[in-house]
Ligand binder design. Structure first.
Ligand SMILES: O=C(O)CCC(=O)C(=O)O
Ligand SMILES: [Fe+2]
Length: 344
């Protein structure tokens, strides 16, 4: 795994609340967490997509261009695997703090329990109950940080991550076809060492839920993110045309976010989605978020096939390694990070 900038003491204290890892919410002040009605979020049926239905392909293309976001009706991950993943994640967060701390992140690394990857004094912390694990490439796994409790946590995450990755691989081929790009182009960027990381989020309830934020507005830095909501508590919101909308996941559906790298690869044709998470006054909320990125050795920049003339490139070319370091040292602030990737 690449090493990250070493966090300042101030950032570390902010990130961990000292030696403990207590829930600690970021107050919003007068900024409201209110949303505005419901949005008709695109729903894509994975089965129909696999069967090559033209309508579903068109829907997918529109969703990526206009929303950067859709729900994916899942027909591929078996129900018992989804349920197993949910119960293992719940089980982990219910363990005593002392037990969870055995899997605490180490400085400069991403894997493990906690928020040490908050490396900038400027990047405010939302809350601290996170377990982040690199799941692909397999040789980059740091099993030392994979909980061995509940007992089948590791084997379940192993199966779940493989199942989710194959959905993403399929979606990237369908998207390439929609864009008129040879699917091999993105496949080559991922190579045999495309990155997948799974972040498990636990948002404790907060009596002043309307005055705090669970996860600050941001877009994901990757190609595609698949989110699984673990319990019945909603909290994810997306921003569309300047307005925040709540997301109510359909039963058995994944939420799919277009990430910044896909926006960059497509030179802005596909748009990453700005989103945030709010919390509940009485109930905790849990989510499992799987991020998918190219190989760490790939160049991040507009694909040649997406740029008619060199001058049309909106974004610069940057090493993935450097891109990640910049991302993890930046403040979570809507889509401002992506703006910094623009050519001058
Ligand atoms: O908890 C959620 O639903 C979303 C979390 C999120 O956006 C993330 O982990 O990047
Ligand atoms: Fe996110």
């Amino acid at each position: 795994m690449q090493s990250l900038p070493v966090p300042s003491v101030q950032a570390m204290v902010a990130a961990t609340g000292g030696t403990d890892v207590p829930p600690r919410y970021l107050r919003l002040g007068d900024e409201a967490v209110a949303t505005d009605g419901e949005a008709e979020i695109p729903v894509i049926d994975f089965q129909r997509l696999k069967l090559g239905h033209g309508e579903e392909m068109t829907l997918l293309h529109r969703a990526c261009q206009d929303w950067g976001f859709f729900q994916l009706i899942n027909h591929s991950v078996p129900e018992d695997l989804l349920e197993g993943m949910k119960s293992n994640v719940k089980g982990f967060f219910e363990l005593p703090a002392e037990t969870k701390k055995q899997f605490a992140q180490e400085r400069g690394q991403l894997d493990g329990y906690g928020q040490l990857f908050v490396v900038s004094d400027d990047q405010q912390l939302d809350w601290a109950d996170i377990l982040f694990l690199n799941t692909q490439p397999v040789q980059e796994r740091n099993i030392r940080f994979w909980p061995d409790q509940p007992p089948d946590f590791r084997s379940t995450l192993d199966k779940y991550s493989a199942a989710v990755k194959s959905i993403v691989d399929f979606l990237l081929v369908a998207m390439s076809n929609n864009l008129g790009v040879d699917p091999e182009v993105i496949a080559d960027k991922c190579g045999t060492d495309g990155i997948q990381a799974v972040r498990m989020n636990y948002y404790p309830p907060c009596v002043q839920a309307d005055k705090v934020i669970g996860f600050s507005p941001h877009s994901d830095s990757d190609l595609l993110t698949l989110v699984l909501q673990v319990n019945e508590v909603d909290g994810l919101q997306i921003k569309r045309n300047g307005t925040w909308f709540p997301v109510r996941p359909l039963d058995g559906a994944f939420i799919v976010n277009v990430g910044d790298i896909l926006q960059i690869f497509t030179n802005g044709r596909y748009k990453s989605v700005e989103h945030r998470a709010v919390v509940n006054t009485k109930k905790e909320r849990l989510s499992v978020v799987a991020f998918h990125s190219p190989s760490i050795h790939a160049i991040i920049g507009p694909l040649r096939e997406m740029v008619a003339h060199e001058d049309d490139a909106v974004y610069k070319n940057i090493d993935h390694d450097e891109f990640m370091k910049l991302f993890f040292s930046a403040k979570l602030d809507g889509k401002s990070f992506l703006d910094r990737m623009k050519r001058l």
